[in-house]
Design a protein around this ligand. Structure first.
Ligand code: PMP
Ligand code: GLU
Length: 412
């Protein structure tokens, strides 16, 4: 009996990232060997001083302001100034239970249409649907590093309608491609011309391997929202702490978002907000460099050992994903491809169709985080020279899974 559920909600499924995580764990519990390349979660420990701060604030049980702890908003504002050169004052920052919630609130408040480059993260489209905003996918090409060219974006805007309210979502480094956008300036120019609202999802920016990170807000600050949080760089996905920075010209959004926050989650849990002050105030460059060094080395290992005339793939630039494309397959769609790979090799991945690609394209997302991050982290002295022996020693499941996957692909 589902007649008492809204049609738009019935259409939704459980998010594929979380489903693959649970499915992999179920298979493991049944005694099967699964190479967990499906879910995207940092394997590294949260820095000890941040964990200490969380412990020290465990007794803080009072509710904090809806918008979040003032001190936390202050340090995030400083962090953004340093990173982007833009002033997002503390009054314009909203602390949320993960940046995912911040984006959802944006969709609920916003009236208009959404342009999402494919590949784009699995939750963008369902969130827009929850907010009753129409989605327009903009398929990108490998030749432009899996980001739209300025021309492609402009064409899409014209198709949607120049006069419409539009949010354009940009995510660099990108989940699922692992690529960094190298044409931000041109994209910003188009965004400015058509007064787009840009939702710059910067959850992976501190995991940009070669420090070539740039925020689109540098070129177009007027209407750019930024989201971020502790989930990726700090390894604290389960803590659920994110933020949204609102550009001063769009401050009116904040009022509505605060109302939505106050009527749903009230405010983010208090101890985590205090611990997040430490995360944004302290200097964690050494930690970040080590984490990036390891991810870069493991990502490159995967890239070098998987690429072939049967598997097209680009080298990693950030985050912890790669997006292999399989040639000469007999499968009906990328879901069937992933199913066969899981059954025949034990490697769990997600299909490209979950990220906005046409189901017929044999693209997949591979998350190369199936290793003991604490062990790897504690054994690395020089993060610039992580060799293959270390990868074999500290990321054996990645090595084994990639061997199985590349052998499987040879028979295509
Ligand atoms: N954006 C992207 C691209 C992601 O991969 C994730 C991962 N969960 C999020 C946003 C949301 O992160 P969180 O809610 O944990 O801040
Ligand atoms: N962002 C992670 C992923 O893409 C998982 C967490 C989530 O989807 O909320 O796998």
């Amino acid at each position: 009996m589902s007649s008492n559920i809204k049609k738009s909600i019935l259409k939704l499924k459980e998010s594929s990232t979380l489903v693959i995580n649970e499915k992999s764990k179920d298979l493991i519990n049944q005694g099967k060997k699964v190479y967990q390349f499906g879910f995207g979660q940092s394997p590294f420990p949260v820095p000890e001083t941040i964990v200490e701060s969380l412990k020290n604030h465990a007794h803080r049980k009072e509710y904090l302001p809806i918008q979040g702890l003032v001190k936390l908003r202050e340090v995030i504002s400083k962090y953004l100034l340093k990173k982007t050169g833009n002033n997002y004052p503390k009054e314009n920052i909203l602390i949320t239970p993960g940046s995912k919630e911040a984006m959802l609130l944006m969709h609920i408040a916003f009236k208009g249409e959404i342009i999402i480059p494919a590949p784009g993260w699995v939750s963008y489209e369902p969130q827009a649907q929850i907010g009753s905003n129409k989605v327009h996918w903009l398929e990108t090409k490998r030749s432009n590093n899996w980001f739209p060219t300025a021309l492609e974006l402009e064409k899409k805007i014209k198709k949607v309608g120049k006069k419409k309210n539009i949010i354009f979502i940009l995510n660099s480094p990108n989940n699922p491609s692992g690529s960094v956008c190298n044409n931000l300036k041109e994209i910003a120019k188009v965004a400015k011309k058509y007064k787009l609202i840009v939702l710059s999802d910067e959850i992976y920016t501190d995991l940009t391997f070669k420090d070539e990170y740039n925020s689109i807000s540098k070129f177009y600050s007027e209407f750019t929202f930024i989201t971020g949080g502790l989930s990726k760089w700090c390894g604290a996905g389960g803590w659920r702490l994110g933020f949204l920075a609102v550009p001063p010209k769009l401050k009116s959004f904040l009022t509505s978002l605060k109302s939505l926050a106050s009527e749903s989650y009230s405010t983010v849990n208090t101890p985590t907000q205090y611990a997040a002050v430490e995360a944004y105030e302290g200097n964690y460059d050494e930690y970040k460099n080590k984490v990036k060094g390891i991810l870069n080395a493991v990502g490159n290992y995967v890239y070098n050992n998987l690429k072939s005339n049967k598997v097209l793939i680009k080298p990693p630039q950030g985050a912890f994903y790669l997006m292999p494309e399989f040639k000469n397959t007999k499968f009906k769609n990328s879901s069937k491809l992933c199913e066969a790979i899981l059954n025949e090799t034990g490697v769990a991945m997600l299909p490209g169709s979950d990220f906005g690609f046409k189901p017929k394209r044999m693209l997949t997302r591979l998350s190369y985080t199936d290793f003991d991050g604490s062990k790897f982290y504690n054994n690395v002295k020089d993060y610039n020279s992580i060799d293959e022996d270390m990868i074999k020693e500290f990321a054996p499941s990645v090595v084994e899974g990639i061997t199985r996957l590349s052998n499987w692909a040879k028979n295509l």
